[in-house]
Design a protein around this ligand. Structure first.
Ligand SMILES: C[S@@+](CC[C@H](N)C(=O)[O-])C[C@H]1O[C@@H](n2cnc3c(N)ncnc32)[C@H](O)[C@@H]1O
Length: 276
């Protein structure tokens, strides 16, 4: 079998997800470190270990392991993040949240930023990278996710990012400075909807998805506890799930001056932001 035939086979076998060619391309480039154009290797025989490796990967994908876990990395806002079992895969919709806050804080010098429920660190580390004058604290509770956060911090070699391993529901933040920006993409799926998620999404940690009975536990925590650490005029910006923005606004309405909801291309409310 030539490498090109192996590539075609991989693309066919992975077509169940609707993106066989794309997935085969990513796997060939990232794992086999070879290109995917026929003229690159139409006549090159695939090595035995390459065939075995591809068969193993095809089986892992057929058992719904996310492609991102198999390749061990994923891009977010133009940067590469290490991911794997135990950490949420960065999503493109979260890039919109980052883009929004970067614009909102562009005139604040040396901003203090809290990234609550930071997972891989995709939000907080991106802000720290693009705003070297900022100090970004990243709060994460779970061991595996925190390990990925630290790995990613190491790859970024940042001096202005501070990982904090804690439970945001009871962490004593009295020693921290007040924040110009509190940002979060918290777990927000209703507990009884978690078992109904796509099999592939269910390979991601439940702790990254389950937002409690009504999906709003983390917004309640931010509205009752963390808001006290925001500066006057500070910004709180959070990702949310489809249709949650009204309830989130009612949680914050007695404490904030301004509110904003940003909808995505599918007209789903994706970002809720408040000014104190
Ligand atoms: C939806 S994921 C978001 C991860 C990352 N910010 C992103 O956008 O990809 C939520 C994260 O919150 C973490 N988490 C869950 N409960 C927590 C808690 N009580 N305190 C701190 N982090 C928590 C999970 O481990 C998970 O990494």
């Amino acid at each position: 079998m030539t490498l090109f035939e192996l590539y075609k086979k991989t693309a066919d076998e992975l077509s169940f997800g609707g993106c066989g060619e794309f997935e085969a391309k990513v796997i060939f480039e990232d794992i086999l470190n070879v290109g995917t154009k026929p003229y690159d290797y139409a006549t090159v025989e695939a090595a035995e270990n390459q065939i075995l490796l591809m068969n193993e990967i095809i089986e892992r994908r057929k058992s719904n392991e996310p492609l991102q876990y198999i390749v061990g990395r994923w891009d977010f806002y133009g940067f590469e993040f290490k991911v794997g079992e135990g950490v949420l895969i960065p999503r493109p919709e979260t890039e919109n949240l980052v883009e929004y806050v970067l614009n909102e804080i562009k005139n604040i010098k040396n901003p203090i930023v809290f990234d609550l429920c930071s997972g891989s660190g995709c939000i907080g580390l991106t802000i720290a990278k693009l705003r070297p004058d900022a100090t970004v604290y990243l709060f994460e509770k779970e061991d595996k996710a925190f390990n990925y956060l630290n790995k990613n911090l190491g790859c970024f070699s940042l001096k202005n990012a501070v990982p904090v391993k804690c439970d945001i529901f009871n962490f004593d933040f009295s020693d921290l400075p007040e924040a110009d920006l509190i940002i979060s993409n918290p777990p927000y799926i209703k507990s009884d909807e978690v078992p109904l998620l796509q099999e592939e999404v269910k390979k991601e940690p439940v702790s990254a998805l389950d937002g409690g009975k009504d999906g709003l536990d983390f917004y309640r925590c931010i509205a009752s506890r963390w808001i006290k650490k925001a500066k006057k005029d500070g910004l709180i910006a959070m990702e949310c799930g489809d249709g949650q923005s009204d309830e989130i606004i009612s949680l914050f309405k007695s404490i904030v001056c301004e509110k904003k909801v940003i909808f995505d291309f599918n007209n789903i409310d994706r970002i809720v932001a408040f000014r104190i």
